[in-house]
Design a binder for this molecule. Structure first.
Ligand SMILES: *Cc1c(COP(=O)(O)O)cnc(C)c1O
Length: 369
């Protein structure tokens, strides 16, 4: 047995030698953080790469979410999805707002727009959907609901770096989008994140809020936080931008191999590319129908683990099942039938640019037998 574990992900890294000149420049400038030269360059380069107007860099995605909610002045209730990483729900809680869980679509696992309106109350101020696994939400319908009811639309876009629909970055949608550059994401700066907006005043406000609320040396306009990205990671991000398209292309090949090799396994279903969408292959989720497959999701998870293959049960348990949130009326399983079932059946297989054919073959063989 191969002793070296195959993890669910492995970070893309540029060549170390290519990073040294950037480090030398930081050492020469002795400017480590607070909107330095690399920070400014990286914000501009990202806005251009993503095809958006303004990017505000953050030290991680969680703080970007918290600051985004502050910048939009969200209060009361926020309608969101339970099928996400806990940061989405926690950011609402940290802002003294109440998360209201909406069920997901069975095809894309994103928030089901047809179930949103029934959850709106006079306290609702925003929708916070997630482009989960890199699948774009049904934006047209969500924006229409937001417009009709006067709600803000704030996307957790942690999974959609580089994803486009009809040639347009999905980060252009809604009032704000949050990106995460955590080590496990398609594009990483070790830790990091960003808020994306097309509104110049909003960008300004966000930049005050991520720097303690300072508008200038002596003026503090809001109770801000500290979410600034430093020069080290801004420089690293600039370098990562040069390789990210190549990494996405390699991920696409991995996805194609899995799809080809797993297409005839009874009881196993996969997600496919959506029409008009440029995907980033951030994750490779499979859904296991225990009856047809002859084994439950957890049994398959444990079987792979016993062979040193670390798949992950993203997103199980649902956020609505954690102690902080399970008492909320919207957390009831009866309100979330699709999410409840998907959370029980989903398994994310190892997915990263450098995943070898040999490793894929090994994983697929175990799934077959
Ligand atoms: C990773 C992630 C976050 C949090 O980002 P960090 O940069 O790790 O703080 C938020 N939401 C989702 C859906 C994520 O996957």
């Amino acid at each position: 047995m191969d002793k070296k574990p195959i993890y669910v992900t492995s970070p893309s890294l540029p060549k170390l030698d290519d990073f040294i000149p950037y480090l030398k420049e930081i050492w020469e400038n002795k400017w480590l953080t607070n909107n330095g030269a690399f920070h400014r360059q990286f914000e501009e380069a990202l806005a251009e790469y993503l095809g958006v107007k303004y990017v505000s860099l953050f030290t991680n995605g969680m703080i970007a979410l918290q600051v985004g909610l502050q910048a939009l002045r969200i209060t009361g209730e926020v309608i969101t999805t339970p099928f996400t990483f806990v940061a989405t729900t926690h950011s609402i809680h940290w802002n003294n707002c109440k998360p209201v869980f909406c069920d997901i679509e069975p095809e894309t696992f994103t928030m089901d727009p047809d179930k949103v309106e029934a959850l709106i109350t006079p306290q609702t101020t925003a929708l916070m959907p997630v482009h989960v696994y890199g699948n774009p939400c049904n934006h047209e319908k969500l924006q229409k609901i937001a417009d009709t009811y006067g709600l803000k639309l704030f996307y957790d876009a942690a999974h959609v770096f580089g994803v486009k629909k009809e040639g347009v970055s999905v980060c252009n949608w809604g009032n704000l989008s949050m990106l995460s550059f955590h080590a496990t994401k398609v594009f990483n700066t070790f830790e990091g994140g960003a808020l994306v907006t097309n509104d110049e005043n909003m960008k300004k406000r966000i930049d005050f809020l991520k720097n303690f609320g300072f508008a200038d040396e002596v003026t503090v306009v809001a109770p801000g936080s500290n979410g600034k990205m430093d020069e080290f990671r801004s420089a690293f991000g600039l370098l990562q931008l040069k390789i990210v398209d190549g990494e996405i292309a390699k991920r696409q090949k991995v996805a194609q191999r899995y799809r080809e090799m797993l297409k005839d396994v009874p009881g196993i279903t996969m997600l496919y590319d959506l029409p008009g969408v440029r995907h980033n292959y951030a994750y490779f989720p499979i859904r296991i129908n225990a009856e047809k497959y002859g084994m439950t999701r957890d049994e398959l998870y444990n079987k792979l683990k016993s062979e040193n293959i670390m798949s992950r049960r993203y997103f199980y348990p649902l956020c609505s099942d954690f102690p902080t949130y399970r008492g909320l009326p919207s957390a009831a399983a009866s309100n979330l039938p699709v999410a409840t079932r998907v959370a029980r059946e989903i398994l994310c297989l190892p997915m990263y640019a450098e995943l070898t054919d040999e490793a894929i073959q090994k994983i697929v063989t175990l799934i077959y037998g």
